[in-house]
Structures are given as structure tokens and as C-alpha cells.
Design a protein. Structure first.
Length: 80
């Protein structure tokens, strides 16, 4: 364990440039950081069911999954 901490302390002093604080420029003081990590849930726009249903070129009607299950169950009962 002692050798590990000695190595860590030695590394700290061998890279003094990394410990320096970056000087601030007044010209860019109003600009904040902006990191774009790609697609995420926060960037997705929420659409209502009506907006989703009114997509162009759809010749069919959308139904909820529970309605589909009910229709299939009714079909099974009528076939047996």
C-alpha cells in the first residue's frame, strides 16, 4: 500500500502543467460550456396521440394495444 501512495504523490509533482488554472478571458466570459453527447431522452419531443395518428399517407386507423387484445380474444371465442 505504501508504494502505491508514493507513486501517486510522485505523479502529482511530475505533471505541474495539469494543476495550473486556465486563465479567464473577458471576451469569452459570457459563453458557457456546451457538450453535445448525441441523442437523449431530454432532446426528444413529445407528441400527442392525435399528432402521431395524423401522419401523412396513412390509409389505416391506429388502435391501442389493449383494444387489439380484446378484438383477438373476441375472435378466438367466436371461432371455438
Amino acid at each position: 500500500r505504501r508504494h502505491f501512495w508514493c507513486a501517486v504523490l510522485a505523479m502529482k509533482s511530475s505533471f505541474p502543467a495539469l494543476e495550473k488554472k486556465v486563465p479567464e478571458n473577458k471576451k469569452y466570459a459570457h459563453i458557457g460550456s456546451s457538450i453535445d453527447t448525441g441523442a437523449s431522452a431530454k432532446k426528444e419531443k413529445l407528441h400527442s396521440a392525435n399528432v402521431t395518428a395524423k401522419r401523412k399517407d396513412e390509409i389505416f386507423k391506429r388502435i391501442r394495444p389493449i383494444t387489439l387484445v380484446r378484438l383477438l380474444q373476441e375472435r378466438e371465442v367466436s371461432e371455438s
